[in-house]
Design a protein. Structure first.
Length: 416
């Protein structure tokens, strides 16, 4: 009876083990079918219609579960099924080749983009240095403009002062010239005509005589000459002739005196006029220098603005290059992820069809094992973090934490 019971228990255990093994086979098959279907959808090298065709035909192309139980499982597969699964396998291989080529291209692009990024970042620094230099130049040019404006102000003041200081003297010297010219004109004109008894210009001898007598400062001589000039030379008495001669002599002496004065002050006049002219020239040069400084400052500001624009352009180029590098990096990550899915699909398809494991399937197995190990490392780390976090919360909630010195608080004292 005991042996019979043991045999019965052993048979039940064997049946349960067989049932569990069958369940695991079914689970693995379902998982493999889902893995292959998911990998088909990652075939970016195929159009969507082709991926849909492969996905729809996959369930009908796989061998029956019994046939896929072990080695030689592909012996009962139909030719159409074999052709379809081979088409799926070739599509996976083509996708891995495409991903490898894409990854190689991305690596080259990434390397070139990073080299370009270094140059662009250096260009940004250079542009910023140039902008800084332009700003410093603007400051210098503005300071030069202010200095030039102060110089103009000082030179204009000096010119105005020189003109005001010389105006009275120059006017006096000019009046002396005018007086000499008037005396010479009267001497050569009305006086000569009246003395000789000739006709005067305009025929008004009284007016001519009056113009002559205006130059005579001696009132006695002026009174005597007034009547003498009105008498014709033939009718003049000796006194009249004497009076006319004295008037002529007086005017000639005035002309001589004025000539002497003019000869004496002409060098001073030339010097004073040169000084005024020099002050005017200095003021003109200062204004020209100010205009040049203002133009230089304007040009410096424009150059600084252009330099700042260059900085912004350089920064935008860096941003664009960063986007390019980011896009390439994303593409590399996607290639790696899609490649892993395709390799898992290859391994799953080989298990479903009973084919010998390929290099891609072995790589997929290694990747899956690495993922499991990584997941196992994450769990203890997470548990440790939760423990530390919990201990910290408990410590923060403890009375010792709230009152580390152990001093009796009012609430604690009331409790005592």
């Amino acid at each position: 009876a005991t042996a019979a019971a043991a045999a019965e228990a052993k048979a039940a255990a064997a049946a349960a083990a067989e049932e569990e093994a069958e369940r695991r086979k079914k689970d693995q098959r379902s998982k493999d079918e889902a893995t292959v279907a998911e990998a088909i959808q990652e075939l970016e090298g195929l159009p969507a219609t082709a991926r849909k065709m492969l996905g729809d035909g996959l369930p009908h192309a796989l061998p029956a579960p019994a046939a896929g139980a072990g080695e030689g499982a592909g012996d009962d597969i139909q030719p159409m099924q074999s052709t379809f699964t081979r088409l799926v396998a070739e599509s996976f291989d083509n996708e891995l080749s495409r991903l490898a080529a894409s990854t190689e291209e991305c690596n080259t692009t990434q390397r070139e983009a990073e080299e370009t990024m270094l140059r662009l970042e250096s260009a940004v620094i250079d542009a910023m240095d140039a902008a800084k230099a332009r700003e410093e130049e603007v400051v210098a040019k503005v300071a030069a403009t202010q200095e030039a404006a102060e110089t103009v102000k000082a030179e204009d003041a000096y010119h105005e002062q020189a003109e005001q200081a010389s105006a009275a003297q120059l006017q006096a010297w000019q009046e002396a010239r005018d007086a000499r010219a008037r005396a010479a004109a009267i001497s050569a004109g009305p006086l000569r005509a009246l003395a000789a008894g000739d006709d005067v210009e305009g025929g008004d001898r009284a007016s001519a005589a009056a113009s002559v007598l205006e130059l005579v400062s001696d009132k006695v001589l002026c009174a005597a000459a007034s009547s003498a000039l009105a008498v014709a030379p033939a009718d003049r008495k000796p006194f009249d002739t004497l009076a006319v001669g004295e008037v002529t002599k007086d005017i000639e002496e005035q002309i001589s005196k004025l000539d002497s004065d003019i000869a004496e002050f002409e060098p001073q006049e030339a010097h004073l006029k040169a000084e005024v002219l020099g002050a005017s020239a200095l003021a003109f040069v200062a204004r020209e220098a100010l205009a040049a400084a203002e133009r230089a400052a304007k040009e410096a500001k424009a150059a600084a603005q252009q330099a700042h624009l260059g900085v912004e352009v350089a920064k935008e180029e860096v941003k664009g290059q960063k986007r390019k590098i980011s896009e390439v990096a994303i593409r590399l990550v996607l290639n790696e992820a899609n490649g892993a899915k395709v390799r898992k699909g290859i391994a799953a398809l080989e298990r479903l069809t009973g084919a010998a494991p390929s290099a891609a399937a072995e790589e997929a197995a290694e990747e899956e094992e690495e993922e499991k190990e990584a997941a196992q490392e994450v769990v203890p780390a997470k548990a440790d973090a939760e423990t530390v976090h919990g201990s910290a919360k408990e410590a923060a909630a403890s009375p010792a934490h709230r009152n580390p010195l152990g001093v009796a608080t009012p609430v604690a004292a009331m409790a005592l």
